[in-house]
Every structure is written in structure tokens, then in C-alpha cells.
Design a protein around this ligand. Structure first.
Ligand SMILES: [Fe+2]
Length: 415
């Protein structure tokens, strides 16, 4: 079984130390792409490429949204760029599927990589870009502390067709290690992976179906909430996380109700992007430790899995950390005593979920009780091993993880 960087205790220790609020006084940074957004976002982006000296764009997409890649291609051509489209990205980015894409880049020699698609397309663009720039890189063993050597050949732009992963603003490429059973979803994390450009055009997300709008919106919400509560967060990520949370509470129900409204869609795109910028600079914790493994073990959509965890994780963290009090205040939620504030905060989320028809338990995600019980031991073990561990405010044992998972499965919030 391949050992990923965060499997190594010494790396976890370094990351845990660097994530402490005290360390941030000494060393910190906040990195974001240049963002072009609005109805003329694609045009503004394409028009600025000659200023950045870009001449050859390799556009990565999948069959489902290829027409949007063609729209992008046409616009880039207007500004004089040579282009090539690769449309064969597989969902979840199997490790073995990355090198062939890098080889196609090598044939075309682009100076700009453009991802047009959902999370998997953007992940594939980042991962294949690494191998295009540095073919000898072992993607299962990327050390975030050492230079990768990117941008000698190309810059990277991301045009998301969903509003949730925030991948257009993150330093992560999520790939699936298909060399192990069960397959393991892992993130290649490196500061050089922040995209150079993000383009948010509401026309690219407007046809998202109801379920995907809900799932990706909940993914963004979990990024914002979990990041705010993480020990590794900072003032800039806090500001973005609060803003993103408020925007999702306001605009996700509206996007579900008026799916064709471009103004509303754009708000959800901005919320998802700033939530992505927040968590990739400020950390993310146990919502994703649990959700990564709900996805891997039970094949549930990432965003839906993330969404289910949020109320339980707020409570789980609150048993050892008081940042939820500040979060509640930011959201305008009151209470006399900490217990009352926590109860009101969690209920605020529960009511929101009921309003938008989001599942509140793992059982409601359609996972059978028998399958849940059969996999509980490995599930809890993987949650503890998850690379997000050092960022969370609560460190926990496998038995505590089991208790948490049982609570999420049956919907026991015990407030
Ligand atoms: Fe996520």
C-alpha cells in the first residue's frame, strides 16, 4: 500500500505544529488566484491572456460539459490563442489515468492549462499539469515543504461548472489511489497548486440539476463552517468563511428555487470560491475526514456526505473548543450560556437543512444499516488517519470516531 505524506507521523507532527495559532504569528501566507467573474468573466479572462504572454491553451474537460469547453475555446481563439481540447476525464481521477493526459500536453506544448468542469476535471488538470512540468514527480509522495518546480512551462486557469468544491481557488488535487483496495481518495497538496486564474461565469453553472446544486452547495458550506472552527484558521480565512456561510444561507435556497437566475447562481459561485480559498489557506477538519470516507466506502456524493456531517461536527468540536461561540455571534445567533448558544447554532443548521430538503443523517443518504455496521471499524480507523486531522480543533481516538459516526448515522445530536 502506497504511503502518502500524511500517513507519516513525522509529517503529521510538523503540520500539526505549523497549524497552531501561535505558529501563525511567525509564518503565514494567504494565496488566491486572480478572479474574473460575472457574465463577461470568460471574455475578461480570455482578453487578458495575451498580456500574460499566453499563446497555446490546453483545455481539459469531460464529455458532459464539452460544449462549455468549446465556448471557452472560441473565446480564447478570438484573442489569438492556439487551443486543443482533451475531453476524456474520468470521475474521481484514478491515479493511473493522469500520466496519459500529461503526455497529451507534452505533444501540444501548451503555456496555459484551462480546466472547464467540476471538481474531478479541475483535479485532473492540476495533477496532469504537475506531470507535464515535472514528469518524474511521484504524485503519492508530494512534499508540500519542497518546491515542485511548476510554471516553467504553463500557467493554470480553472473555470468551474459547479458551485461547491472551490477547487478553482485551492492548493489541492484530489485523486483516487486505485492501486489499493478499497480505493483511497487522497489529496495532493502543495502551495504551487493554487491556480493562477479562476473564472466564475454563471452561464457555466446555470444548468446544474437540483441535486447537484444542493450537494455542491453543502460542500461549500462545510468548507466555510469547518474552516472557521479549525485551529489552523486565520483572520483572512475567518472573514471569507463567515461571508461564504452567510451567502450560502441566503442564496442556496434561492438557487434551488430559481435555478435559471444568473444573478443568484453567481452569488453561489462566489460563495463556493471564497469558501475554497478560506479552507485551503485556513485548514479543514473532521467534516471532510468523515465525508472522504463516506464517499470512498459507500459511494455517496462528496457534497451530500459533507453536508450531513456539519451539525454533528459543530457539536463534536464544541466539547473541547469554544470558537463556535464566536461563529454563532458572527451569524447573529444569541444565547445566555454556552450550552444555549450551541443548541441555537446547531438548530439554525437543522432548520436550514429542513428548509432546503437536505439529508440530516447517514441513514437518509441511503446507506443500509447492515453495510454501515459491517464497515464501521475500518470507517472509524480511516477517519482518524485522514490527512485533515492536524487542522481540526479536536484530536480523537478510533472509539470516539465510532461514537461520532454512530451519532451521524442515526441522527443523534444529543443537545
Ligand atoms: Fe469538500
Amino acid at each position: 500500500m502506497a504511503e502518502w505524506p500524511m500517513d507519516k507521523p513525522e509529517i503529521r507532527t510538523v503540520v500539526t505544529t505549523l497549524s497552531a495559532p501561535e505558529s501563525k504569528i511567525l509564518l503565514n501566507s494567504f494565496i488566491m488566484p486572480k478572479v474574473f467573474y460575472g457574465l463577461a468573466g470568460l471574455q475578461m479572462f480570455s482578453g487578458s491572456m495575451p498580456q500574460f504572454g499566453r499563446k497555446r491553451a490546453f483545455i481539459i474537460t469531460d464529455k458532459g460539459v464539452k460544449d462549455l469547453a468549446i465556448t471557452t475555446q472560441k473565446m480564447l481563439k478570438v484573442f489569438g490563442l492556439e487551443t486543443k481540447i482533451y475531453d476524456n476525464v474520468e470521475p474521481e481521477v484514478p491515479l493511473g489515468s493522469i500520466k496519459p493526459v500529461a503526455e497529451k500536453m507534452e505533444e501540444f506544448q501548451p503555456d496555459l492549462i484551462v480546466a472547464v468542469g467540476g471538481g474531478s476535471v479541475i483535479d485532473m488538470a492540476k495533477a496532469s499539469w504537475i506531470l507535464y512540468e515535472e514528469p518524474k514527480t511521484d504524485l503519492t509522495n508530494v512534499d508540500a515543504m519542497r518546491p515542485l518546480g511548476l510554471r516553467k512551462k504553463a500557467l493554470i486557469a480553472c473555470i468551474p461548472t459547479t458551485a461547491g468544491t472551490g477547487s478553482e481557488a485551492t492548493n489541492v488535487a484530489v485523486i483516487t489511489d486505485d492501486s489499493v483496495e478499497p480505493h483511497r481518495k487522497e489529496g495532493v497538496v502543495h502551495p504551487e497548486l493554487y491556480p493562477d486564474f479562476a473564472v466564475l461565469d454563471p452561464k457555466f453553472v446555470v444548468r446544474m440539476p437540483q441535486k447537484l446544486t444542493l450537494g455542491t452547495g453543502l460542500d461549500a458550506l462545510s468548507h466555510a463552517v469547518d474552516c472557521y472552527l479549525c485551529r489552523s484558521s486565520n483572520e483572512i480565512s475567518d472573514a471569507l468563511a463567515v461571508r461564504a456561510t452567510k451567502m450560502i444561507f441566503n442564496y442556496l435556497p434561492l438557487a434551488l428555487r430559481y435555478p435559471e437566475n444568473l444573478q443568484i447562481r453567481l452569488k453561489t459561485q462566489i460563495a463556493a470560491m471564497i469558501a475554497g480559498a478560506a479552507f485551503s489557506n485556513g485548514g479543514i477538519g473532521t467534516t471532510h475526514a468523515v465525508a472522504h470516507n463516506i464517499g470512498a466506502l459507500f459511494k455517496v456524493h462528496h457534497g451530500m456526505a459533507c453536508g450531513v456531517t456539519i451539525p454533528y461536527i459543530i457539536k463534536f468540536y464544541a466539547e473541547v473548543d469554544d470558537k463556535y461561540i464566536y461563529f454563532a455571534k458572527e451569524l447573529g445567533i444569541d444565547g445566555q450560556e454556552p450550552d444555549e448558544i450551541l443548541k441555537n447554532l446547531v438548530n439554525f443548521f437543522v432548520e436550514f437543512y429542513r428548509k432546503i430538503g437536505a439529508p440530516l443523517t447517514m441513514k437518509e443518504l441511503g446507506i443500509s444499516e447492515q453495510e454501515f455496521k459491517d464497515k464501521l471499524d475500518i470507517f472509524a480507523k480511516y477517519v482518524v488517519m485522514d490527512p485533515t486531522g492536524p487542522f481540526a480543533p479536536r484530536q480523537f481516538t478510533v472509539d470516539e470516531a465510532k461514537e461520532l459516526l454512530v451519532d451521524i448515522y442515526y441522527g443523534r445530536l444529543k443537545l
